[in-house]
Design a protein around this ligand. Structure first.
Ligand SMILES: *[C@@H]1O[C@H](CO)[C@@H](O)[C@H](O)[C@H]1NC(C)=O
Ligand SMILES: *[C@@H]1O[C@H](CO)[C@@H](O)[C@H](O)[C@H]1NC(C)=O
Ligand SMILES: *[C@@H]1O[C@H](CO)[C@@H](O)[C@H](O)[C@H]1NC(C)=O
Ligand SMILES: *[C@@H]1O[C@H](CO)[C@@H](O)[C@H](O)[C@H]1NC(C)=O
Ligand SMILES: *[C@@H]1O[C@H](CO)[C@@H](O)[C@H](O)[C@H]1NC(C)=O
Ligand SMILES: *[C@@H]1O[C@H](CO)[C@@H](O)[C@H](O)[C@H]1NC(C)=O
Ligand SMILES: *[C@@H]1O[C@H](CO)[C@@H](O)[C@H](O)[C@H]1NC(C)=O
Ligand SMILES: *[C@@H]1O[C@H](CO)[C@@H](O)[C@H](O)[C@H]1NC(C)=O
Length: 477
């Protein structure tokens, strides 16, 4: 009977109520060696009252897990597809057919609200690799949606990076778009306003602090005591308002002061850079939530939606812009809260992922009984593949010294390779142990067991299958 009630409860939960004041969602990226199973992530979204989620692609396993949930979804088109989507309407039509229309048919719909063309395709590090094709791709996707009669339900957006706008003087009133983007931005904004779509943009007090000596930590963290930045008659008390108004001026300078703004990425990482720590991230996010609720400050126009970067840590993210890139999660890779924070007024804590399946409690460390004179070369080999961001300068494990840091590298590779014995060999210098080598804040993780989590049967069917089995097992029912 217990199981039956449980199934009913799970089914009832599908009609989620939206309680968040203003719309605050999260980015859900999957660039991890062992991603948390989609069904567990959707449980996390529901149990934490998160009503909106932004994806970076359109993985069918993820979308199936979201079906029937009533969570508002942004599906993403990866940058590498932009060029072909500009070149061909047919390609755009089949993308929309496969990755949007399909989820609008039948009972268990996915509430897709936006299609994001590219992930920050105008980022300066990409040069002109994507820029010339973005608007054409967006137009083709828009036409394909219209053809599928979804033109009014699903909006096409282009997430713009934090480096797309600036103000050399640091004064928001002089904000403008990057000179090489001026023309593209005019085209983009004309497209967006024509279709009543919002402007998606990253705001990053963390990057401002990290890159700009003139921005203090207190100013970044919404501290009342921070020294204000003055601009004409306005006085800015925090880095968020300063950046946001710089953007608003940039939009006004090309004649689009009325477009709706969505902050599509904002967060604070917890590792891989100075002041990227859990306590700092906690202060930042609590400050941000309080600030968004007040709807005051010096904001010219508040954002209509805000997406926290990010839900989970991802150990395969590109770290060319910094080691912190793999540590944006408000939850660890395995769905456990890093600090006291909540999306929801009624609670102070995030709800963790439940019943997570881990590999057995085993780690790979250096064998101290061997001659370790050449072990550092082995560590470098491991780090070329594994995630060593925590042992590098600014990382939470940067203080553990040698050969603890070598053990960290060995373990990271061993975990990424699902505990295969060969991956802990290192020319005989590795040793498998059941004693947790973690110390203080430096966590030697055990990876997730993903061998049977990517179930072929959707969860929805699993529930009914369980019910069927249950009914069959109770003859009197
Ligand atoms: C985008 O596609 C159109 C239509 O195929 C093509 O004419 C145009 O040259 C493409 N844009 C660029 C920058 O290649
Ligand atoms: C649908 O999206 C997935 C994942 O982003 C992609 O691999 C696939 O090619 C897309 N389908 C089409 C027809 O473009
Ligand atoms: C640096 O910050 C101070 C306020 O702390 C401000 O008065 C000054 O104009 C800023 N300078 C630049 C170049 O941003
Ligand atoms: C950008 O375009 C606007 C509007 O056409 C123009 O006034 C401004 O001077 C341009 N800025 C740059 C840097 O080209
Ligand atoms: C920020 O980082 C610097 C450099 O590591 C450190 O000296 C300072 O104490 C940190 N501040 C906070 C509040 O964590
Ligand atoms: C990481 O990003 C940089 C800059 O965009 C790029 O040059 C590099 O190829 C990327 N690395 C990987 C492994 O994708
Ligand atoms: C360390 O490397 C050097 C140079 O390759 C080699 O001569 C030496 O035998 C190695 N020592 C051990 C203990 O493997
Ligand atoms: C480990 O720490 C030692 C001493 O601090 C350092 O020389 C070495 O480069 C570190 N190794 C790695 C893989 O970070």
């Amino acid at each position: 009977m217990g199981l039956f009630l449980l199934i009913l409860a799970v089914t009832a939960e599908l009609s989620l109520t939206v309680t968040t004041a203003g719309a605050v969602g999260v980015n859900w990226g999957t660039e991890a060696s062992h991603p948390l199973p989609p069904s567990k992530v959707v449980e996390l979204l529901k149990s934490n009252g998160i009503a909106k989620v932004k994806l970076f692609d359109a993985d069918p396993k993820v979308l199936r897990a979201l079906s029937g949930s009533n969570i508002g979804v942004t599906v993403g088109i990866p940058n590498y597809m932009i060029k072909s989507l500009n070149a061909s309407r047919k390609v755009a039509e089949s993308w929309v057919h496969d990755n949007v229309t399909r989820y609008f048919n039948g009972g268990n719909r996915v509430r897709i609200e936006y299609v994001a063309v590219g992930d920050e395709p105008f980022h300066q590090s990409y040069g002109n690799q994507y820029r010339p094709f973005v608007i054409g791709a967006a137009m083709n996707i828009q036409n394909a949606l219209a053809k599928a009669s979804l033109g009014s339900e699903v909006k096409v957006v282009v997430p713009s990076s934090f480096d797309s706008f600036l103000s050399e003087s640091g004064r928001p009133s002089l904000g403008h778009f990057r000179a090489d983007l001026n023309k593209t931005m005019i085209e983009l904004l004309s497209f967006l306003t024509k279709h009543h779509s919002p402007f998606f943009v990253t705001i990053s007090p963390f990057l401002s602090f990290h890159q700009n000596k003139n921005i203090s930590l207190d100013f970044s963290l919404f501290k009342e005591t921070a020294q204000a930045h003055k601009d004409r008659r306005k006085s800015y008390r925090n880095s968020y308002d300063l950046s946001y108004d710089t953007l608003a001026s940039a939009l006004a300078s090309i004649g689009f002061s009325d477009v709706d703004i969505v902050v599509s990425k904002i967060g604070w990482p917890t590792d891989g850079a100075a002041n990227a720590t859990s306590p700092t991230a906690e202060v930042f996010l609590k400050g941000l939530m309080a600030h968004l609720e007040k709807k005051t400050g010096s904001l010219m126009r508040p954002p209509i939606e805000t997406y926290i970067e990010s839900l989970l840590d991802e150990d395969h993210r590109n770290i060319s812009s910094g080691n912190f890139e793999r540590h944006w999660g408000v939850l660890t890779f395995d769905g456990q809260a890093k600090y006291g924070f909540s999306f929801n007024h009624n609670s102070k804590k995030l709800v963790n992922a439940q019943n997570v399946q881990y590999l057995p409690p085993k780690w790979c460390v250096v064998n101290n009984n061997k001659d370790l004179s050449n072990v550092s070369a082995r560590a470098l080999e491991a780090c070329a593949v594994a995630d060593c961001t925590s042992i590098l300068p600014g990382g939470t494990c940067s203080g553990i010294g040698w050969p603890g840091n070598v053990s960290y590298a060995f373990n990271s590779l061993y975990q990424q390779n699902d505990h295969s014995a060969e991956s802990c060999d290192f020319g005989g210098l590795g040793l498998i142990t059941t004693v947790d080598p973690s110390e203080d804040n430096c966590r030697f993780s055990v990876q997730l067991d993903t061998s049977h989590s990517s179930s072929q049967i959707p969860d929805f069917f699993q529930s009914w299958l369980l019910l069927l089995l249950f009914l069959l097992s109770v003859p009197s029912f």
